[in-house]
Write a protein that binds this ligand. Structure first.
Ligand code: SF4
Length: 361
C-alpha cells in the first residue's frame, strides 16, 4: 500500500497555482487538521506501507512541535519498515536547522520546491522566497545527507532565456540532488497570475527536448515525461502509483485507489473536517485499464505484461498491442516503439503524450 498525506497549507498562494491549499493559515487550523488525521488513522487497520508521501500544500509550514506530532502519528499507525521510501515536500523559506533534523529522522527523501534559481523569475511566478533562504535550505539538505532528494523546476517562464533554464538544471545537479522534476509552466485556471503567465509552447517543447542532454554530464536520465533521476534514484512512490499500485490518501483533496475504485477527499478543509464523504470516480474497468496503460506510456520503460499482471482485471498483451497499433494509426507510427513484450513511446511520442492519451482514453 502506498500512502499519501495532503497537508493543505501554504504561506501564500503562488501565481500559477490553483491547486487546493489554504494560504496564511492560523495554528488552530493545524491542530484541527492533526486531530482529524489522528481520528482517521485510528478508524481502520492499515496495511504496512510500501511508500509514504507527504505532499501539499507545504508540509514544512508546520512548526517543529506539529511536525513532530505528524511524524509520530504516521510512525505509530503505519509502522514503516527500515528502508521504506518516506518522502516529504518542502519549500525553502519554511526550513531551519531544527526542522531539518526532525525531517531527516523521519524521512529519507525530501523534495524541494525551487522552481527557479533566479529571484527575478521566482518573482514572475509569484513565489516569495529570497535567494538567501533558498541557499540556506540547500545547505541544510546537503548537510543532513538525505539519500534521496529532489528539486522541482519550472521552465518556459516568461522573461527567462534558454540559458537561464539550463543554468537552473546545472545548479540543481551541482547542488547534489539525486532527482530533478521539470514542469513546463502551466498556469492553472483560477490561478492568481493565470493571465500573465502564459508560456510560449514552442519554446517549452524545445526546452523539454534539450533537458536530457543538459543533464547528461551528471548522469541523470529521463524516466518519465517530467522526471529525471540518477540511476536507482527514481521516486518509488510515483512509480508504484503510475503502475496502478494501491493508494490510500489522507487529508483534503487527497486521492485514493483501492484497485477498482478511485476516490478523492473533499477539496476543502472545512468540509473534510466536517466528515464530507469522498467523491467516487466511477470509471468502468476497461477505461481504468486504459488510463493505467496511458500513464505508463509516460515513462521511458513503458508498458510490459509483467507490470500488468499486478493490475486487477488486466487484459493481455494482444489487447494492448491492438490498442497501441490503432493509436499509432490515428496519431503517428513514429510515436510508438513496439518490441516483443514492451510498448514504449519514442521521444516525439512522449512530447505528444496528451494527443495519444486522448486517443487511448
Ligand atoms: S505551488 Fe505549492 S507552495 Fe505554491 S501555492 Fe501551490 S501548493 Fe502552495
Amino acid at each position: 500500500m502506498n500512502y499519501y498525506f495532503h497537508i493543505p497549507f501554504c504561506r501564500s498562494k503562488c501565481g500559477y497555482c490553483a491547486f487546493y491549499s489554504e494560504p496564511s493559515p492560523d495554528p488552530g487550523m493545524f491542530d484541527a487538521y492533526l486531530d482529524k488525521l489522528e481520528r482517521e488513522l485510528d478508524a481502520a487497520p492499515l496495511p504496512p506501507p510500501d511508500t509514504v508521501y507527504l505532499g501539499g500544500g507545504t508540509p514544512t509550514l508546520f512548526d517543529p512541535a506539529r511536525l513532530e506530532r505528524l511524524f509520530r502519528l504516521i510512525r505509530q499507525k503505519l509502522a514503516p519498515k527500515t528502508g521504506t521510501e518516506i518522502s516529504i515536500e518542502a519549500n525553502p523559506e519554511t526550513l531551519d536547522r531544527g526542522k531539518i533534523r526532525l525531517i531527516r529522522d523521519f524521512a529519507n527523501r525530501i523534495s524541494l520546491g525551487v522552481q527557479s534559481f533566479s529571484a527575478e523569475h521566482r518573482r514572475t511566478l509569484g513565489r516569495d522566497c529570497t535567494q538567501r533562504a533558498l541557499q540556506y535550505a540547500i545547505d541544510l539538505i546537503r548537510e543532513a545527507k538525505f539519500p534521496e532528494w529532489n528539486i522541482d523546476l519550472i521552465y518556459a517562464i516568461p522573461g527567462a532565456t534558454r540559458r537561464d533554464f539550463f543554468n537552473d538544471l546545472a545548479t540543481a545537479a551541482r547542488a547534489g540532488a539525486t532527482h530533478i522534476s521539470c514542469y513546463s509552466l502551466t498556469p492553472e485556471e483560477g490561478a492568481r497570475l493565470c493571465d500573465r503567465l502564459q508560456p510560449d509552447e514552442e519554446e517549452a517543447a524545445t526546452l523539454w527536448e534539450a533537458i536530457p542532454q543538459q543533464l547528461a554530464p551528471w548522469e541523470f536520465r529521463r524516466y518519465e515525461i517530467s522526471n529525471y533521476a540518477l540511476p536507482g534514484h527514481e521516486c518509488r512512490h510515483n512509480v508504484n502509483v503510475w503502475r496502478g499500485g494501491l493508494l490510500r490518501g489522507f487529508g483534503p483533496a487527497a486521492a485514493s485507489f483501492d484497485g477498482a475504485l478511485r476516490y478523492a477527499q473533499a477539496a476543502s478543509l472545512t468540509e473534510w473536517l466536517a466528515g464530507a464523504p469522498p467523491e467516487l470516480d466511477e470509471i468502468p474497468g476497461a477505461a481504468r485499464l486504459n488510463e493505467i496503460f496511458a500513464v505508463n506510456l509516460r515513462t521511458t520503460s513503458g508498458w510490459t505484461p509483467h507490470l500488468w499482471s499486478r493490475v486487477p482485471g488486466a487484459d493481455g498483451w494482444e489487447a494492448r498491442l491492438r490498442l497501441a497499433r490503432s493509436a499509432a494509426k490515428e496519431t503517428s507510427p513514429e510515436f510508438f516503439d513496439i518490441s516483443p513484450g514492451r510498448i514504449t513511446l519514442s521521444s516525439s511520442g512522449l512530447l505528444f503524450w496528451n494527443t495519444i492519451a486522448e486517443v487511448l482514453l
